[in-house]
Structure formats: C-alpha cells, structure tokens
Design a protein around this ligand. Structure first.
Ligand SMILES: Cc1cc2nc3c(=O)[nH]c(=O)nc-3n(C[C@H](O)[C@H](O)[C@H](O)COP(=O)(O)OP(=O)(O)OC[C@H]3O[C@@H](n4cnc5c(N)ncnc54)[C@H](O)[C@@H]3O)c2cc1C
Length: 413
C-alpha cells in the first residue's frame, strides 16, 4: 500500500490550492488525485473572464486562472496522478482508486482533502413532463460541448433556470450564432449574480422571465418546442398562462449539488442545508484527518472563495499529517438565525479566525446588519440577496470566551 502525508482528491481550484498550501506548510509527500486527463477541474471549460479578481487582482478566464495555479503547483513537490478515479474512501483514510497507468491503487494518507466539486441538477431532479427527445442538456454539458469539443448544441434555445452557468451560456450561444429565445426562472428573483444578468442577458437583449417554468417538452426525435407557464407564489403553474415556444434545444441551469459520494463512504457528517460536510473553520469534517474545500463543501459563487477554503484545508491537513494533532477538543455550533438559509462552516473550533460564508433566505434591497452573536459583532452591508453569498470575518481574539452556539442573523437596519 502506498503511504502519503496528504492526499487531495480533485484538481479544480480548490484541490490545486489545497495541494500547494499543504506543500508550503511542510507536508513531505502530497499526492493529488484527478479522474480527468488534465488538471484544473471545471475551470477548463469556463473560457469567459471574471476569475481571480479578488485573489490575484486580475481578470482571468477560467483556463488562465487554472494555469496560474498549475504553474505554482509545478514549483512544489506535489505528485499528481491523472486519469485516476477515486472509488472508495474509508474513515481511517484509506483511498481506493483506479487508473490505466497505476492500475488498482490503495493509498493510506495521514490526512485527506476532499475537493471533488459539484455536479448539475438534471431533468429528473426538476421533473419536467413530456417526451424524452434529444436536445435537452444541462448548461454545463452544453458549455463543455461549445468550449472544449467545438459543437453547437442547438440553434433555437430556451434556458430553464437563471443560475450563473445558464446565464453565461445564454451569452456564449448567442456569440456562436444561436438564438436564445429567453431564460425562464421559477423563482421571483434571478438565481445568478447581478453582473451576469447585466453582462450576459441585458447586453444581448435576451429576456428573463421570472416566476415562469417549463411545463412540457414537445418533440419526438428532437425537441420541437416547450410549453412555459407562469407560476403562483407556491410555485404551482397558473392554469391558462401556458405559452408554446418553438425551439430545438432546452438548457437546464437548475442548481448544483456538492459531489459527496466519497464523503458518505468515509462516514463524514453532511449538512442538510449545504449538502456538503459539516466543517470547522480549519475545514476539518466530522471525521478526524479528513478536510474539505471548494464546491464539494457548499456551492460558492466565486472561485476566490473556493481557493480561500482550499488554502485553509491544505494548511490544516498538512498540520494534522505532521503532528497528528487531532481536532480541537472544544467546538461550538454555528447556527442559522433570522433570514439565513445556509452557513459555512457550521462549527467553530477556536483554532483560527472565523470566516463565515452566508446565504440569505430572502432578498432585502436595503442596508442590513449581519449579526454574529456571540461575540455580538454587527457587520453592515448594502443589501442581502440569496444569489450573492455574503462573507464576514470574525477575528479569533473576539471568540476566545465563547461557550454557547454562535447565531448568525441578517436584519434590516
Ligand atoms: C458545469 C459547471 C460549470 C461552471 N461554470 C462556471 C463558470 O462559468 N463560472 C464560474 O465562476 N463558476 C462556474 N462553475 C462553478 C465552479 O464549479 C467553481 O467556481 C469552481 O471551479 C469550483 O472549484 P472546485 O475545485 O471546488 O471544483 P471543480 O472545479 O468542479 O473540480 C473538482 C475536480 O474533482 C475531480 N473529481 C471529482 N470526483 C473525483 C473522484 N472520485 N476521483 C478523482 N477526481 C474527482 C473532478 O474531475 C474535478 O476536476 C461551474 C460549475 C459547474 C459544475
């Protein structure tokens, strides 16, 4: 059996950053395992700009951002196994993996970083009735077809869901000569970032229909059209509001789910809200020595946030591997209060500053205060929107005396 200090599973921005930081923090043998033939994760297919504005103060495309991390990785002693699919993970940190080059592998790691990213929700998860015709794609699959494989998935496109990938694909398909008829969103507010609504829809005169959904797909061999309907406040289609739209393609941008099959195999506790591991500020999960970062933990809006969690996971995974320091004996829960839908991390272990990522439950289009109590911190923001993650930092010194759960709330000022 192969033995390593730190094994990182997944080489997107989270895994690359974790591996770099594990090496920088003194881990001798760091192994990065990636099922694809190249490093970089989903960034490889995100050829638009807007990556790394915060972290590098640069406006990179996804591949440029990945390249910068890969160049940094090449200066370290991290070993990479590509084309290597991790198929199993035990709670005592034994990894089972398969690769054409190495065959069946068993790897014992002193610590592990989970960085497997997320996957897209598909048609069955939203349950659209109609035929099983060709021409229905998730937005990410269409992104891969266009940006990596060089295929245009269709010419007359309807997009269901206003998640960021769908918005970006509305612009991308338009630039490639397809006609995007409209983006239909079941909620009364957009799912993606404001900047993507402006730059990808408004700038290209692509209409966004809020409180609408696709209620039927038509077409035998290939999609020939869809029926869209308005929805009421309970998200039920309004009878009589049906409209028939001719199209050859339906793209789904209806949410992302953290990829936690391996986490479950290792017995890691998952959060019902984030669908990712319950984590402390050091990114350690409920299983000692197993750390998590990036979109496998919770779906982040920005790659800068993903990388930030990767840096923490790599640093603390190296520390665990080198000293066998177990998790801090003491920890308190972090709980969602007023107008908070989800929080990451969900526990505080008194090891570091607490960087909290928060998603609001409801839109508040006026100044708000994010209250973190104890210690009683109030952080002001101009608004709170469920589609734009909030980030706040509470210094460690302010939390030393905390004994009870930390409650996070968002209140109008
Ligand atoms: C389809 C899609 C498109 C996206 N497009 C955009 C976009 O245009 N703009 C944007 O800002 N954000 C986009 N995102 C969000 C994006 O995921 C994050 O910004 C960021 O790339 C997430 O980084 P990550 O390292 O957590 O995950 P990823 O980049 O997804 O990396 C995870 C890696 O883990 C590997 N992996 C998973 N399971 C295993 C296993 N069992 N064994 C070995 N390797 C494994 C995967 O192959 C992958 O390389 C997109 C997300 C998706 C799903």
């Amino acid at each position: 059996m192969m033995e390593v200090d730190v094994a990182v599973i997944g080489s997107g921005p989270a895994g690359l950053t974790a591996a770099i930081h594990a090496d920088k923090s003194g881990a001798q043998k760091v192994l990065l395992l990636e099922r694809e033939e190249e490093l970089g994760g989903i960034l490889k297919q995100c050829i638009h700009n807007g990556f790394g504005l915060e972290q590098f103060k640069q406006d990179y495309t996804g591949p440029e951002y990945a390249e910068r991390l890969i160049k940094e990785l090449e200066k370290t002693g991290v070993e990479c196994f590509l084309n290597t699919l991790v198929t199993d993970l035990s709670s005592d940190r034994v990894i089972t993996a398969l690769s054409p080059e190495h065959g069946g592998l068993e790897i014992r790691a002193k610590s592990i970083v989970l960085a497997m990213g997320c996957r897209e929700r598909t048609r069955p998860s939203v349950g659209i009735p109609g035929t099983r015709s060709a021409g229905i794609f998730t937005a990410g699959v269409a992104q891969r077809f266009v940006n990596i494989d060089g295929y245009l998935p269709g010419k007359k496109v309807v997009i269901l869901g206003s998640g960021d990938i769908g918005l970006i694909m509305a612009r991308r398909l338009t630039l490639e000569g397809a006609r995007v008829i409209g983006v239909y969103e079941v909620m009364s507010n957009p799912g993606g970032l404001k900047r993507n609504i402006v730059q990808c829809l408004n700038d290209f005169d692509i209409p966004l229909y809020l409180s609408h959904t696709v209620t039927e797909i038509k077409g035998k061999e290939r999609v020939e059209g869809v029926i869209v309907s308005k929805v009421d406040s309970n998200l039920h289609p309004v009878p009589g509001s049906e409209k028939s739209i001719e199209c050859d393609t339906l793209l789904l941008s209806v949410g992302l789910i953290p990829e936690n099959e391996l986490s479950k195999k290792a017995g890691v506790e998952l959060s019902a809200a984030t669908k990712g591991p319950v984590t402390t500020e050091t990114m350690e999960t409920s299983v000692p020595g197993i750390f998590t970062c990036g979109n496998v933990s919770t779906v982040f809006d920005l790659v800068d946030y993903v990388a930030q969690t990767g840096a923490a996971a790599g640093t603390y995974a190296a520390r665990y591997a080198l000293s066998h320091v177990s998790r801090s004996k003491q920890s308190v829960d972090i709980v969602a209060g007023e107008n908070v839908r989800l929080l990451f991390p969900q526990r505080y272990g008194f090891e570091d500053d607490l960087v909290l990522f928060i998603r609001a439950a409801e839109h508040v289009e006026k100044p708000v205060a994010i209250e973190v109590a104890p210690p009683g911190s109030r952080i002001n923001r101009l608004y709170a929107r469920p589609n734009e993650m909030l980030r706040v930092k509470i210094p460690k010194e302010k939390l030393v005396e905390v004994k009870q759960p930390i409650m996070v709330s968002i209140r109008e000022k």
